[in-house]
Write a protein of this length. Structure first.
Ligand code: TTP
Ligand code: MG
Length: 577
């Protein structure tokens, strides 16, 4: 997955990658040339006292050094550009994919992991690409070239290379192998911290209300301690890593000087060759070290790539049909025909055999105990979920055959849990219709009984809304969500328990105003309060996913025991209150 992903996403940046390769090649060759120039200065310049030669070769060294630095910088520049671009494209890919997900697809992953995959996991892959581009070319050339150059200086000392390089590989490799599982478990511990923290922040009011702070603090403390333990273990290994590497480098240096010194003494080797050999050996060892570090990143990045791939490979379970049909009429006739629906993974259907028709100008109300399936029923019309059996028709065409954009043009849903986005009130109201005029916004607010509190705000429509709409009251949030639906002027309104947070008087005023604006639209209302729906044209009584009775308020009072029960329960509650 890692290879496929990187290959696919780095394709547009091939020119950059070729530039990186060229620059690194130049930089590495220059770096390999420097020690041998240095050796020449010592052996031919210093030892013979040839000042002229020293100046000339020194000048060449300076030029080569500048080339080396310049090409190295250019290489890193293009490498970073390519790696960051790959990261950006990957993030965009994940984001686009997730936005195409249906509610079901999001549920199968869970929101937190989708967030991690789109951010942290992409980051890991991007990091590997960056490191890969920076060391991919230079490391092998440095190793092989360094060995060749070192052998050219003195073949008799070559055994030092054959000893020190494997020792370094074994030591660093051992540490890396020990570190790897720790890194993996650290990732999980970080996930855990995020999870606990997220839950506590979101549920802070509940935590306060039930005085659960000590328990929650302990829960967080546990997760925190686990992360600390892992980090400490990693730290302990890292503490070993650098002295170990340092020791190998220094021991190698000492060995080169010791054995090389003897050869210089006996006149078999020149001093310059010795220094050059030493420099080459160090270059090789550093390259090997870098290579091993990179190898360490691969497993982690590959886990991340798999996780990203899982998201990218999902075929959204609900997508627009290849040849969408558009209903001839734009009326808003809603018809459910023998609809059965089950949530993915659930055994029993939550809705069975639902049939009804709602026409423009009519109000259809749905009532039933909690968990009866009212919200599920509404979610089938805008295709948040697809039916298992039967059909949902909008203006005579099955919604599964329509473009979802076409459906949203006709249908507006006010969800049971009103959700607002961070931004301004205006930005939220325009969510379904960006080109709405300010007048239209005020009109919608007026109908939704939200005009008053928005006008009272200092900034009016430009007032800030916090993420999730947490800085307005529940009832205000509900009214803003209703206004947001009204702005789009749809043919079908779906209100899922949208009046529950309003006091009875506001509820009545809102419905009266709604009645005027939605006079020729189809209105489907899910309600808890009987008073909200007494004047509906048709009331469906839902119980356990089935329509047990239907009719007007007066008819149901006569015929439906379930309806009577609901009415009675509410009467007694109201009497008590
Ligand atoms: P809903 O359709 O949400 O029930 P409701 O809207 O009638 O209830 P309320 O008055 O409280 O708003 O759920 C019907 C059943 O479906 C319920 O038993 C839970 C189940 N369910 C799932 O299994 N997965 C889901 O994602 C949802 C929303 C519900
Ligand atoms: Mg509901």
């Amino acid at each position: 997955m890692l290879v496929t992903l990187i290959r696919r996403y780095s394709k547009p940046y091939m020119p950059y990658i070729f530039a990186v390769i060229a620059f690194q090649l130049a930089s590495t060759i220059a770096a390999l040339y420097l020690p041998s120039l240095n050796a020449q200065i010592i052996d031919e310049g210093v030892s013979r006292g040839d000042i002229d030669f020293i100046w000339r070769t020194g000048g060449i060294m300076l030029v080569v050094a500048f080339i080396q630095v310049g090409t190295a910088i250019a290489g890193v520049y293009f490498g970073s550009k390519a790696a960051m671009a790959v990261g950006r494209d990957l993030r965009r890919g994940v984001f686009r994919k997730v936005t195409s997900f249906s509610a079901k697809d999001v549920n199968t992953f869970g929101a937190p992991t989708l967030i991690t995959r789109g951010t942290n996991d992409v980051q890991q892959v991007q990091m590997l690409v960056l490191m890969g581009l920076n060391f991919m070319v230079s490391t092998p050339i440095m190793c092989i070239g360094g060995i060749i150059m070192a052998l050219r200086e003195d073949i008799n000392l070559s055994w030092l290379v054959w000893v020190s390089v494997p020792v370094l590989i074994v030591v660093v490799g051992y540490l890396v192998v020990r570190l790897m599982p720790l890194f993996r478990s650290m990732q999980k511990k970080i996930d855990r911290i995020n999870e606990v923290l997220r839950e506590q922040i979101i549920g802070i009011r509940v935590v306060r209300a039930f005085v659960r702070e000590p328990y929650e603090t302990e829960r967080f403390g546990e997760a925190n301690k686990e992360l600390t333990d892992v980090s400490l273990k990693i730290g302990a290994l890292f503490v070993l890593m650098f002295p170990a590497i340092g020791m190998i480098l220094h021991l190698s240096t000492a060995a080169v000087l010791w054995f090389g010194g003897q050869r210089v003494d006996s006149g078999d080797m020149q001093v310059g060759a010795l220094t050059a050999f030493l420099q080459y050996l160090l270059q090789i060892l550093v390259a090997v070290m870098m290579g091993t570090f990179m190898a360490m990143m691969i497993p982690r990045a590959s886990v991340c790539a798999d996780r990203i791939g899982e998201v990218l490979d999902v075929e959204p379970s609900i997508h627009d049909p290849a040849h969408p049909e558009t209903p001839a009429a734009l009326e808003g006739v809603v018809e459910y025909r023998n609809v059965t629906f089950a949530y993915p993974g659930a055994e029993a259907p939550v809705l069975s055999n639902i049939s009804f028709t709602a026409r423009p100008g009519e109000t259809l109300a749905i009532i039933g105990s909690t968990g009866a399936g009212k919200s599920s029923l509404l979610s089938l019309l805008p295709r948040l979920y697809d039916v298992a059996e039967g059909e949902v028709l909008l203006d005579g065409v099955s919604v599964s055959k329509m473009d979802r954009a076409e459906i949203t043009r006709r249908v507006a849903l006010v969800p049971q849990r009103p959700y607002l986005f961070s931004g301004t009130i205006e930005h939220n109201l325009r969510f379904g219709k960006t080109e709405a005029t300010e007048e239209e916004l005020w009109e919608a607010l007026h109908v939704a009984q939200g005009e008053g509190f928005v006008r009272e705000k200092k900034n009016g429509l430009a007032s800030r809304i916090a993420q999730g709409g947490t800085n307005v009251s529940g009832g205000q949030r509900q009214r803003l969500c209703i206004a947001r639906a009204l702005v789009t002027k749809p043919k079908v309104y779906l209100f899922d328990d949208s009046f529950s947070a309003l006091d009875v008087a506001t509820d009545a005023r809102l419905r009266a105003a709604l009645k005027r604006t939605t006079a020729d639209a189809t209105v489907i209302i899910v309600a808890q309060r009987i008073s909200t729906i007494t004047d509906a044209d048709q009331i469906l009584v839902l119980d356990n996913g089935r329509i047990v009775d239907r009719g007007t308020h007066d008819e149901l009072l006569e015929t439906s025991p379930t309806y009577q029960e609901i009415v009675e329960s509410q009467l007694s509650v109201e009497e008590v209150a």
